[in-house]
Design a protein around this ligand. Structure first.
Ligand code: C2E
Ligand code: CA
Ligand code: CA
Length: 715
């Protein structure tokens, strides 16, 4: 050992001190001597020795006391101490170790052995101290790296961790741990994943690396990465598992930040071009599989360059940020696009750059919805923006491209939306334009129609025409069907085919439907007063009306207020309306029937159901769709179908009505196959109410050219 090692020799016997010093000095050690316990502690305090030779029996402080005192102080607790004891003193040896001695040597001392022992203890001590240093370095390094390690003894369910592991899990270092205590720190959503990984590891020895969250008792979440592998097996099963845990919260936050930089526009906070393209790509893939529609709106601010040039870039930027905020609010409103599909992707609005924005609409119901969104954007952006107390006004031009009509890939769709935007600009700005010309024309017309329709009820522009139905057995006009018309101020009389669907889409059908039933009932009463007592008045019920919850009460109220007995009202319902929710439909129909109202299945044959399926519904009558009648009797197939429908309907106790009978042959055919009633141009077109009386009288007087007119009786 080198001369730099300092040995403190403590003994009250000066002879012993001298001999020890000589032996050690001869081996190159530097020696300090102390004559008692107290002096020894003073010496240590002055200069820390590398090793202490300590006599047990001393008058003031004995060796045990000195040793204990050394072990209590951080500074001296690791100094190796060799105790010098008497041969017969076995007890002392035990006490020496208890007091913290490193080793002992028995008197009388063999000085040669003493030196060897000192050499050995010093070497061991140095090895220990190196290990301690490296351990503390490791811990330090782990703390810097936010890396902890742990061991899990599976059989005893005992987990030991490094201080950093404890810190990461938010548990006081040194707390005894089992698997349940550790699981408690993992949020419920993550637990099963970790448990699954552990099971694989224990059963099959598959190491894992998983990311999950940890929640500290103060509620704070950390993201950690766990890696684990088997350390020891009993047979095939894992007995001990070791793992590392790393706190990666900050990395995750950085990642998110980088993602934001890559996918979002820093001025407006909106998604950027890259994100838009990515989302459009996904939306296209999804739409392709589900046959859904997609629209891309391409927005370009009008005259933005002038704002920038005249007011400066700072105002230009503030203006863009405000526009972005308005667009965001607009798109967040759930009513922008009507859709009830659950797996609908979020609509997206992005800034492509400069004053260009794009909007992605996925899975909307009607092509026209894109125009409606465009219209809202137009009016939203036209409102002045106030910046630093001054009003800045711009407009926007919008191009609309649709998938699949206007393109099937990202680039084509964006390019075509851009082209459409360019057209919007060149035809006057502050407007929207569909890419396809037909789409554009029809959208413009339809939107105009919609806005007109909103005023039509208030302006009393609706009126009813009535089409009579003839009973084939008695040749009597027994009923009329009310059919609505719209007296448009500019376009004249508009047929229901042009506006019923729109009224349904917009919900206006509710008001319109109520109007039709009320008018028809009032008219029925008026005819009665004139002596025309029809068996019934038939009214068409839209599926939207049929589904309203208070339908039965609503109709009962109309019947009550108009004084029409319920058994004189016939409601015509389509298959589509009742198939929607069969149980509920049957319930509604039963309640209508309980009132006394009779029910017809309208347009039968074009729908979905088989006749036998229809028996589930409490209906009275089938109206055979006019598409089956139109090429009768020449079309053999249709003739056979109609024959079968009538026969089967009768076997199910349902009456039949043929729609759209236009010729005498068709009338004869229907009579021949046993159909109960018919309606159609051959008898009469739908006519205004005041013409019904004359019509009935005309048929009544006329020498009949056809079978029905011959015996015409009006009841
Ligand atoms: P629908 O219930 O099937 O009405 C029969 C349609 O066929 C009527 O058309 C009628 O004018 C037409 N029609 C009658 N006889 C003949 C014929 O011999 N040949 C041909 N080619 N056509 C004939 P309209 O009045 O244009 O009504 C169309 C549809 O609009 C109706 O079909 C009905 O679904 C709906 N609708 C009409 N009024 C109302 C209403 O007040 N409420 C509801 N919800 N829907 C209505
Ligand atoms: Ca009808
Ligand atoms: Ca019909």
């Amino acid at each position: 050992m080198s001369a730099t090692h300092n040995i403190l020799v403590v003994d009250d016997d000066s002879m012993m001190r001298l001999l020890a010093s000589q032996a050690l000095d001869a081996s190159g050690y530097e020696v300090t001597e102390a004559g008692g316990g107290k002096e020894a502690l003073d010496c240590v305090a002055r200069k820390k020795p590398h090793l202490i030779l300590l006599d047990v029996t001393m008058p003031d402080f004995d060796g045990f006391a000195v040793c204990r005192a050394l072990r209590e102080m951080d500074d001296t607790k690791n100094i190796p101490v060799i105790m010098l004891t008497a041969l017969d003193d076995v007890k002392s040896i035990g006490r020496a170790y208890e007091a913290g001695a490193t080793d002992f040597i028995i008197k009388p001392i063999n000085w040669h052995i003493l030196v060897q022992r000192v050499n050995y203890v010093l070497r061991a001590s140095e090895a220990f101290s190196a290990l301690r240093t490296s351990q503390s370095r490791l811990e330090h390094a782990q703390r810097i790296a936010h890396l902890g390690h742990w061991e899990w003894d599976i059989e005893r369910d005992l987990i030991q961790g490094s201080d950093e592991a404890y810190r990461i899990f938010g548990i006081e270092p040194g707390t005894p741990l089992d698997s349940a205590r550790v699981s408690n720190t993992i949020p419920a959503e993550d637990v099963e994943r970790i448990a699954g990984g552990m099971r694989q590891l224990i059963k099959h020895g598959v190491s894992f690396s998983l990311e999950h969250r940890v929640q500290h008792s103060n509620g704070e979440y950390r993201v950690v990465q766990q890696q684990a592998e088997v350390f020891a097996f009993t047979g095939a099963r894992a007995k001990q598992i070791i793992g590392t845990v790393r706190d990666i919260t900050v990395e995750k936050q950085t990642e998110e930040h980088i993602r934001r930089l890559a996918f979002f526009d820093s001025l407006t906070g909106l998604p950027n071009r890259r994100m838009f393209q990515e989302r459009l790509t996904n939306a296209l893939a999804l739409a392709g599989r589900r046959e859904k529609q997609i629209a891309v709106l391409f927005l370009d601010l009008d005259r933005f360059k002038r704002i920038n040039d005249t007011l400066g870039h700072a105002i230009g930027d503030a203006f863009l940020a405000e526009i972005a905020a308005r667009l965001k609010t607009l798109m967040r409103r759930s009513d922008t696009v009507a859709s009830n599909s659950e797996d609908r992707e979020e609509d997206l609005i992005a800034r492509l750059g400069g004053d260009e924005f794009t909007v992605l609409l996925t899975d909307f119901k009607h092509t026209l919805d894109a125009a409606k969104v465009a219209q809202r954007i137009l009016s939203e952006i036209q409102r002045p923006v106030v910046i630093n107390g001054r009003e800045v006004i711009s407009g926007v031009s919008i191009g609309i491209a649709l998938y699949p009509e206007d393109g099937r890939d990202v680039d084509t769709i964006i390019k075509n939306a851009d082209t459409a935007m360019f057209h919007a600009k060149s035809s006057g700005r502050g407007r929207y334009q569909y890419y396809s010309a037909e789409m554009n024309a029809s959208a413009v017309a339809k939107l105009a129609l919609e806005s007109d329709l909103r005023h039509a009820i208030a302006r009393s522009e609706f009126l009813l025409h009535y089409q009579p139905k003839l009973d084939l057995a008695t040749n009597r006009i027994v009923s009329v069907e009310a059919l609505v018309r719209w007296q448009h101020p500019k376009r004249g009389l508009v047929q229901p085919g042009e506006f019923i669907e729109l009224a349904e889409e917009t919900g206006m059908i509710m008001e319109l439907g109520a109007y039709v039933i009320t008018q028809a009932c009032l008219q029925f009463k008026q005819w009665q007063a004139m002596g025309i007592d029809l068996e019934s008045i038939a009214v068409n019920l839209s599926p939207v009306q049929f589904r309203r919850d208070d339908l039965v009460e609503h109709i009962a109220e109309i019947l009550d207020s108009t004084g029409v007995p319920p058994n004189r009202l016939e409601l015509e319902i389509t298959e589509g309306a009742v198939m929607h929710n069969e149980e509920k439909s049957i319930e509604t129909m039963k309640r209508l029937k309980a009132l006394g109202i009779s029910l017809s299945m309208d347009d039968f044959g074009v729908g979905y159901s088989s006749l036998s399926h229809l028996t589930r519904f409490p209906i009275d009558r089938l109206k055979i769709d006019q598409s089956f009648i139109s090429d009768l009797p020449q079309n053999q197939e249709k003739a056979a179908v109609v024959r079968a429908i009538v026969a089967m309907a009768h076997s199910l106790n349902l009456a039949t009505v043929a729609e759209g009978v236009e010729t005498a042959e068709q009338e004869r055919f229907m009579k021949a196959v046993g159909c109960d009633q018919f309606q159609g141009y051959f008898l009469s077109r739908p006519i205004p109410a005041q013409e019904l009386k004359a019509l009935i009288e005309k048929f009544h007087k006329l020498p009949a050219p056809s079978s029905f007119a011959r015996n015409l009786v009006v009841g």
